[in-house]
Every structure is written in C-alpha cells, then in structure tokens.
Design a protein around this ligand. Sequence first.
Ligand SMILES: [Zn+2]
Length: 211
Amino acid sequence: MENPVQDEKYVVFRSCLWALLQRCPGCSKPCHAEIAHRSGSMIKVNRDCDYCEDTNSWTSQPMLGEIPAGNILLSSAIMFTGASYTKTLRVLNSMNIATISTRTFQDHCKKFLHPAIYHMFLDSQSDILRELRSMDGGLVLGGDGRADSPGYSAKYGSYTLIELRTKKVVHMQLVQVSCSVQWCIANFETAVVLLSYLYMSYHIYWATFCS
Ligand SMILES: [Zn+2]
C-alpha cells in the first residue's frame, strides 16, 4: 500500500464518481452501484452486474486497521496544524463534503493523537537530556505557565521549562495555578542532569499566581 500520507487525495463529486462506478470492471457494461456503507469521509460501494453477474466492492480509501485512512489523517492534520476542528468541519460540511463528526475527531485525539504526541515528546525529551548531559554548565532553565488568563478562574494550567541555551522544551507539567514554580522544579525528573545553574524567568502574569 502506498504511504497514505504521501498519497495524493482529491475532492470527487458523486456524479463524476458514479460515471465511473456504474460501469462493470469485468465486462465494461453498465452495472448497479450503491453505497453500502459510509464512515466519515470514506464510502464503500457495492456493484452488481446483470450481464456477467459479477459482484464486487470498492472503497474510496485504504484502511489503517479498522479506520479509514482519510478519517484519521484529517484528524491528525487538524490537530498537528493547530487548526480549529469546529471551523474545519464546518467548512467541509458547508461544501457538502462527507467528513468525520466532532465526536470522531475527539475519539481520534483521545485514542491515537494525544498518546502519539506524548510518546514523541518522551522520545524527544530523552534525546534532549542525553544532549544536555554531554554539555558543560548543567542546566539553564527558563519557565512559564499558561492558564485561563481572562477571568483568572482556571484551576489548572500548564507549566513549561525551556533550556535557554538549546532553546528546547525539556519538560511540561499540568499544575494547579496555585502551585509554586518550585513544585514544578521538584517534579522535574532530572536526576541524571546536574542543576548547577538555575535561572527562572517568568512574567508578571505567572508571578500573580505564585504570590
Ligand atoms: Zn459485467
């Protein structure tokens, strides 16, 4: 199977597709075609030929396990480009392009995309720590937190630590906004790295939560 990411995709109108599918692949005579199943952006079409009595099925997308490739790729593209899924799906729906539902997108995020991001981050973090271990001067860290700023009402926020020389994120943590910066540091598993110099820079907004 061709790489589903590299494989070029097209927007195909039903009328154009039916001009192809209502032709028997065996004897090339007209045949009956009907959509047997639709799953998000994928359709499965069954064809019956009265002339050569051939029956066959055709699907519009390759399958990745039990998931149509186009569906999981669409969820991935939305997630990894930082696009809004509500706006993206609204655009597709406004053109009457068959697409996934919001629930499917959220299901993909929970089951596949978030775990994939997490594992990629752990792999990347191991590489970064290995690189830092070979550098002199220990760690030079800067940290900052993000939470619900408009109303100062969030219970949780994310706190991110960046190694300032390599400019790479070495750790992220979900924290309560009332937690201290030191809490984040204490939970940062850097037993293998010498913390000879620690530099924390956080702007006024975060300092408000620390006070
Ligand atoms: Zn036929």
